[in-house]
Design a protein around this ligand. Sequence first.
Ligand code: SF4
Length: 361
Amino acid sequence: MLIRATRNCPWNRCKFCPVYKGQKFGLRSLAEIKKDIETARVIQDKIKEISWKSGYGGSQVREAAAAVLNNPPDEAYHNVALWLYAGGENCFLQDSNTLIMRTKDLVEVIRFLKETLPSIKRITSYGRSDTAARKTLEELIELGEAGLSRLHIGLESGYDPLLEYMEKGVTAAKHIAGGKKIVASGISLCEYVLLGLGGEKMWREHALETAKALNEIDPDFIRVRTLTVKEGMPLYDEVENGNFIRATDERIVEEERLLIEHLDCHANFVSDHITNLLQEVEGKLPEDKERMLAVIDSFQSLSPEDRADFKLGRRVGIYTSLDDLHDLHRRDVVEQVKSRLSPDGSGVDEKVMYSLMERFI
Ligand code: SF4
């Protein structure tokens, strides 16, 4: 279930982020948020009623939700039906920095949510390190006790010159202060890292300093995403005018290796995003580190032809892991795509590879 607690992003300046550009940030009143939660409750009750009337029985809400999902009357029904279909236990508070709300208001929203929709077990949200660092530890503990289960923070990088260049509005020290406070409060913490953010110039420092910041924070989860550059984000112009040189896939894998090699923390490393070339590089740190590095080594030791084949297969969604290179049918399909994209056999251009990846975003 998605409940919009604030609108858009109060910072909105990160060069690599297109999400809320051109849209004004706004807090929503408690009354407005509560009305949305009450509406969700009404829709939930109607879906449960449909379940009874269709003979599914009150315990078969999932089937009724699936029926509503086939033809939802509006977006609100779609949201609630999807939530019930998935078990009705998780709620995410939008938009980009819910922590910016006054703590007492956010606590009230969380409590109201749990009272109105008692099946909810997990409430998660986005927050900025800077905002977390400005809250007291007691405030964060209060939020955790009210029911805020996890915060997702866009760390992106731990390298100050890069954070400054990208206008992230946060230093590594702020990331560490905010992150450590969340960990100390008992709220689960997930930090997002943007692979490729350092481009060709700063990839090494990006990897090393990001590992350093993460080691200090010791979050529960580290999630990696790979930089995509699309029109509408300020970074697009930087790429076009040559100020930012994008890293190749090979470089990004090298950067990821350096990052993991220097991680000395206890996080679950998660790579659950289609933009990541090696999605199988996942595991619990520190015990799975060697296995994760071995996957990267396997990619790096492929012949140039196999590497190019794998990259293309990933970017068109045919391969999911390196093992798929042994699947002759998939390889054949990738070969056909290659001949279409590079009829003269010279190989698929890096720009085309980027655009294939960016189709997924
Ligand atoms: S803080 Fe987050 S949502 Fe806001 S501009 Fe930066 S990346 Fe985008």
